[in-house]
Design a binder for this molecule. Structure first.
Ligand SMILES: [Zn+2]
Ligand SMILES: [Zn+2]
Length: 368
């Protein structure tokens, strides 16, 4: 039975896969952090399994765990189809004429932009966005014990939030009932992927992945370069239709694939340009889409002035920090092997951790 009455409102996650089903006799409520729970020998005779095979979130893994994608890849396939088909039509039906009549630079610029867009898109989609591994049974039990100890009243449930001070601003950390930990600042649980993601921006079905701390810069480069590519193709197609040799018959234009490109570019360019502008504003102020939608740092909230504690107070510093800062390693170690008889040491070093959140030192290593 869960000690927290709130647990009734949160569905119990499905039973973990077989490798995590090993009996762990060492787990009791009195287990100390860092203790190796369980000494089972149940893994004997079993094929060693990698962590991506038993990953609890709703991600799909390919190439032995090297590539990952969110559960539903249909919209991502549509993105690929739209970009590929528009570019191929452009190269087949417009480029020969424009290169012959105007300049050879047009196909070269289009090709460079296209390869940049595709590489940014694939990096956004197949990179770990900054998923935090769920607490192990030991870690969850140790945290439960702490929460129980801090609750003074027997009638009220113990508080499931903690507060930390960041640059003079009080930030509340919420407890994640799925991942069994207090979410670090700016972390949010993606309901589509069922993971806690660091510096969660939003879940983007178009790229088939969450956008978070580890792939935001690729996402931003993707939408920025895609707006350039779309605007470039649009301008070239309009030029092509205008310069076409006379006699100019409207009926000849209508069945031309060039019109299809024109329609795709015309309808996508506004949303892509708008998205690029919005994310440029977010980068310049070091905000995430999640924080902007929730109005986390809006001055009207709660009647008291609150400012974004993560902003460096300078547009250039914010851009550098968001787009050029060091890329943290992936924490889920999806290519690592499951150790079914030993639970990883808890990250809690002292009796009173700062926030109960998992620091960056755990489960690092083995990432590609
Ligand atoms: Zn979570
Ligand atoms: Zn997601």
């Amino acid at each position: 039975p869960h000690p927290c009455p709130l647990a009734a409102y949160f569905p119990t996650p499905p039973p973990p896969p077989a490798a995590w089903d090993e009996p762990r006799p060492g787990i009791t409520s009195g287990t100390e952090p860092g203790t190796q729970c369980g000494s089972g020998s149940g893994s004997l005779g079993r094929r060693p399994r990698r962590k991506w095979e038993v990953f609890p979130g709703r991600n799909r893994f390919y190439c032995g765990g090297r590539l990952m994608l969110a559960g539903h890849g249909g919209v991502f396939a549509l993105t690929l189809l739209l970009i590929l088909s528009t570019t191929i039509l452009f190269f087949v039906f417009d480029c020969p004429y424009l290169a012959r009549e105007l300049t050879l630079a047009i196909p070269i610029i289009a090709a460079v932009l296209f390869f940049f867009v595709m590489s940014c898109l694939l990096q956004t989609s197949f990179t770990d966005p900054g998923i935090l591994p769920r607490a192990t049974v030991c870690e969850a039990a140790a945290l439960e014990k702490q929460i129980d100890n801090t609750g003074s009243s027997t009638y009220r449930p113990p508080p499931r939030t903690r507060e930390v001070m960041i640059n003079g601003q009080m930030v509340r950390l919420k407890y994640c009932f799925t991942c069994k930990m207090f979410r670090p600042p700016r972390t949010s649980h993606c309901s589509v992927c069922d993971n806690c993601v660091e510096r969660f921006d939003h879940h983007c079905p178009w790229v088939g992945n969450c956008v978070g701390r580890r792939n935001y810069r690729f996402f931003y480069a993707f939408i920025l370069s895609l707006s350039f590519l779309t605007a470039f193709i649009f301008a070239c197609v309009v030029t092509h239709l205008t310069l076409r040799a006379p006699p100019f018959h409207p009926t000849r234009v209508l069945d031309c694939p060039t019109v299809l490109e024109l329609v795709i570019c015309f309808f996508s360019i506004w949303s892509i340009l708008g998205l690029s502008g919005f994310h440029t504003y977010l980068v310049a102020s070091n905000l995430t889409t999640n924080e902007d939608i929730k109005g986390s740092w809006s001055s009207k909230r709660g009647g008291e002035a609150s400012v974004n504690p993560y902003s460096h107070k300078s547009i250039i510093t914010n851009c550098c920090a968001v787009l050029c800062g060091p890329l943290p390693p992936s924490l889920i170690d999806r290519r690592g092997f499951v150790q079914s008889d030993t639970v990883l040491p808890s990250p809690i070093r002292s009796d009173e951790p700062a926030c109960g959140a998992k620091p960056d030192t755990t489960m690092v290593g083995g990432h590609p």
